[in-house]
Design a protein around this ligand. Structure first.
Ligand code: FCB
Length: 451
């Protein structure tokens, strides 16, 4: 008898992969699509590595059938993708572009025909430029425009789609888009950042109501947050406070309003000044019960006190002796710590790991294979810790690898490859990497053997 231990996931566990519209679709100005803030931002010299843009990306808009074929080959149970708001409303509001809706209609039909469950994200950062021109997210009206867009999409797809994600990583859209300015729209203004955070949260609640009122299939509605365990760089009181502040800004500033209907006290003390007007009823709208929380987990943050650092008076350190990727420290126990924390502190009805993955400078070997051992190790080690959280009772229902395909990694352009599938950007040829084959086996066996 084999003494091999098998890491088995619960029956019906949803194995998936994720992408987002701007990162894979290309076709930036086809079939009536309006420009988004990323189309604009990529054209500003110096903003994106090597001057890359999402104009073509992985050309998924034209190759979607082939890509669904790859999903079938991998045996995916679910596919998380986002809808490009400016394909549906080129001006953000007003006239609907039916050709945009039809693209997603076809995609959803094809997925369902193969038994792949669509998980639709409504906002993965590509705000219609027309709305940016009217003030963007710092303008409260954008929240209502988003609810209108959500209603339109839910009416169209809500007879077939049941899993809905309102927003992807509001922290990043708010703070990286409007405070550090590394992402579109490239604003550097704390008031704009906190107004964006509040209006995105408000729009989440409004959209959840709109989806529930418009979709004919009973919808499950959630939101995706990027969450990190935060560790102090030393046991000093200063560093502990630094860690608490990071935790406040990145994690609690979004979790607390969604689950408790209020912003954390310590954050209000630090940043309350920057928040926009909070109208009566806003916090009730934001804390409308959700069906699931999506967690994107990549890395932890190690924080130290740093009086020079704006807003937080805390900065990040990178401990020696650990493994790193091209972007982040590799810290597999963090997926466990994050899931357990969210479960214990916020008690969501269910949890999905909506993104987890690693950039690797993959290359094609002499025989046409992509041997991305490092990605396999990353995924395996994270799944091991996810399994531990599940076996302790955390209600995790599914896991999505970021990403199905190599794609446009925002300010890093095409220099970061996250895919289970390699994309040769010159020819748009796809090659399933070794990690993709490995993941297909995990899906088939609903787990993996521990060596
Ligand atoms: C997340 C984003 C996703 C991708 C990964 C690497 O923050 O949601 O679009 O860029 O990081």
């Amino acid at each position: 008898m084999s003494t091999e231990k098998f890491v088995r996931f619960p029956e019906g566990f949803i194995w998936g992969a994720a992408t987002s519209a701007y990162q894979i679709e290309g076709a930036w100005n086809e079939d009536g699509k309006g420009p988004s803030i990323w189309d604009t931002f990529c054209r500003i010299p110096g903003k994106i590595k090597d001057g890359d843009t999402g104009d073509v990306a992985a050309d998924h808009y034209h190759r979607w059938e082939e890509d669904v074929g790859i999903m079938v080959e991998l045996g995916l149970k679910a596919y998380r993708f986002s809808i490009a708001w400016p394909r549906i409303f080129p001006e953000g509001v007003g006239e609907v572009n039916q050709k945009g809706l039809d693209f997603y209609n076809r995609l959803v039909d094809k997925l369902l025909a193969h038994g792949i469950e669509p998980f639709v994200t409504l906002y993965h950062w590509d705000l219609p430029q027309a709305l940016q021109d009217k003030g963007g997210w710092p303008n409260r009206d954008t929240a209502y425009a988003f609810a209108n867009y959500a209603e339109t999409v839910a009416k169209e797809l809500g007879d077939r789609v049941s899993s809905w994600i309102t927003h992807n990583e509001p922290f990043v859209a708010a703070l990286i888009g409007h405070f550090t300015g590394e992402h579109a729209p490239g604003i550097q203004d704390p008031s704009a950042a906190f107004a964006t955070a509040h209006h995105i949260l408000l729009s989440h609640g409004l959209a959840a109501q709109a989806i529930r009122a418009s979709a004919s299939l009973k919808p499950k509605v959630g939101i995706v947050l990027n969450l990190h365990p935060i560790h102090p760089a030393s046991p000093s009181e200063e560093d502990k406070l630094a860690a608490k502040r990071f935790d406040g800004l990145i994690n609690r500033m979004f979790l607390d309003p969604i689950f408790f209907g209020k912003y954390p006290e310590d954050m209000l003390e630090l940043f309350g000044f920057f928040l926009p007007e909070i109208r009566p009823g806003d916090m009730d709208t934001i804390s409308i019960p959700i069906d699931f929380i999506g967690i994107n987990y990549y890395t932890r943050i190690v924080a130290r006190s740093d009086p020079e650092f704006p807003l937080l008076q805390a900065s990040q350190v990178y401990p020696e002796g650990n493994e790193y990727s091209q972007m982040w420290e590799i810290y597999p126990p963090g997926i466990y710590e994050t899931v357990i924390r969210v479960w214990k502190d916020y008690n969501p009805p269910s949890i999905f790991l909506t993104e987890n993955g690693i950039p690797v400078p993959d290359g094609v070997d002499f025989d046409g294979r992509v041997r991305d051992e490092r990605r396999i190790r990353y995924l395996r080690n994270h799944l091991l810790y996810l399994h531990k959280a599940i076996s302790e009772g955390a209600p995790v229902k599914g896991y999505f690898v970021w990403s199905l395909l190599d794609n446009f990694e925002w300010a890093h352009g095409y220099s970061m490859r996250f895919g289970l599938v390699y994309v040769d950007y010159k020819t748009q040829k796809r090659i399933i990497k070794d990690s993709g084959r490995w993941y297909a086996k995990v899906i088939k066996e609903n787990g993996f053997a521990l060596e």
